[in-house]
Design a protein around this ligand. Structure first.
Ligand code: SD4
Length: 333
């Protein structure tokens, strides 16, 4: 392509690239996955309106939902195939500092362990028994190895068929109340994830993710949620993204890193999320029709947007002007 043609092409595509998402310039702001993000945002908002740092805000939001024993995030979540709850979490700040824990057991606040990995060690990710050991050495308490009542019921049901079958949009629990864990007669697999992104009053951006991962997974399975660049990515000069859904598909495309790179190339948060979903669909369209993946992103201006493969992905927004649940656009539904 010669220079003239290139410039013409640029002029034609510029309006597309500057496509505006439904959001508008604003800070502070916090966005989070699913409708269960509303009370999570409220918790983060307390920090943000107190001139707090975005890093403290996302940690506070994630801790709030980890505390909800009747929620599928945290120790109240559904177990793996062997009946054990294993948790994944990560956190990332405006200076590209990041920390994560994967497949950690019997620790109530994996997001805070992730933050400690970030702040106290030269590492990014600790897994399994080592992550638990690190948590215990740093003042966290070992919780009992029990399942919540709902998780136990679901696990018993699931054992009848023992079939690993992720359920699309299981996280959208409006019908069951904001925190009620979904319960299915046939024990079909459930999962849940809280991903949140915040910009504080100084304009700095952070993100956090916490999850019990896909229910009835193999013991030791790690999803996208604690993987920096898959379940979460923050570039303070550009924007941040988080994901929910079948983590293997997100890992395969380095999903949230891809979303941020699309924003770097001029796409709006919503278009960047759409293009990342497209990447998954391009790999295997028929398979993609059977699964859910949703991306949520925010850019430096405080514009936000999301996109999912299936209908039903929603996210929550809180700023000075908004406090609402927003449905994401989607490919199939
Ligand atoms: C995982 N991405 O473990 C997570 C699951 C999830 O809502 O997002 N659930 O693959």
């Amino acid at each position: 392509m010669n220079r003239r043609k290139f410039l013409q092409w640029g002029a034609l595509t510029a309006p597309l690239l500057s496509f505006k998402s439904p959001g508008f310039f604003q800070k502070p702001i916090v966005v989070s996955t699913w409708d269960s993000g509303m009370p999570v945002n409220a918790e983060a908002w307390k920090v943000l309106t107190n001139n707090g740092k975005s890093l403290d805000a996302v940690e506070a939001g994630a801790r709030f939902i980890e505390n909800e024993i009747n929620c599928c995030v945290g120790l109240g979540g559904y177990p793996d195939r062997d009946g054990i709850v294993t948790l994944d979490a990560c956190i990332m700040d405006e200076n590209a500092n990041c920390g994560a824990v994967a497949a950690i057991e019997r620790i109530k606040h994996p997001v805070s362990v992730a933050r400690m990995v970030m702040e106290k060690t030269p590492h990014v990710l600790l897994a399994g028994a080592g992550a638990q050991q690190f948590a215990l050495e740093n003042g966290f308490t070992l919780e009992p190895q029990t399942l919540s009542k709902e998780a136990e019921n679901a696990y018993e049901q699931w054992l009848k068929k023992s079939e690993y079958k992720p359920v699309i949009n299981i996280e959208n629990k409006k019908e069951n109340g904001p925190f009620a864990p979904p319960f299915f007669e046939d024990g079909s697999a459930n999962h849940d994830t809280m991903g949140l992104l915040a910009i504080d009053a100084t304009g700095n951006m952070s993100g956090a993710v916490t999850t019990s991962g896909m229910a009835f997974k193999l013991h030791g399975r790690v999803g996208d949620s604690p993987i920096i660049g898959a379940g979460l990515f923050v570039d303070n000069t550009i924007g941040a993204a988080t994901s929910s859904g079948v983590g293997e598909e997100v890992i395969r495309i380095c999903g949230t890193h891809l979303v941020v790179e699309y924003m770097r190339n001029g796409y709006s948060p919503e278009m960047a999320c759409k293009k990342a979903c497209e990447r998954i669909i391009q790999h295997d369209r028929e398979k993609a029709k059977q699964i859910q993946v949703g991306f949520l992103a925010i850019n430096k201006k405080g514009e936000y947007g999301a996109y999912s493969i299936q209908k039903g992905f929603v996210f929550s927004v809180k700023s000075n002007k908004e406090n609402r649940i927003v449905p994401a656009k989607y490919f199939f539904g």
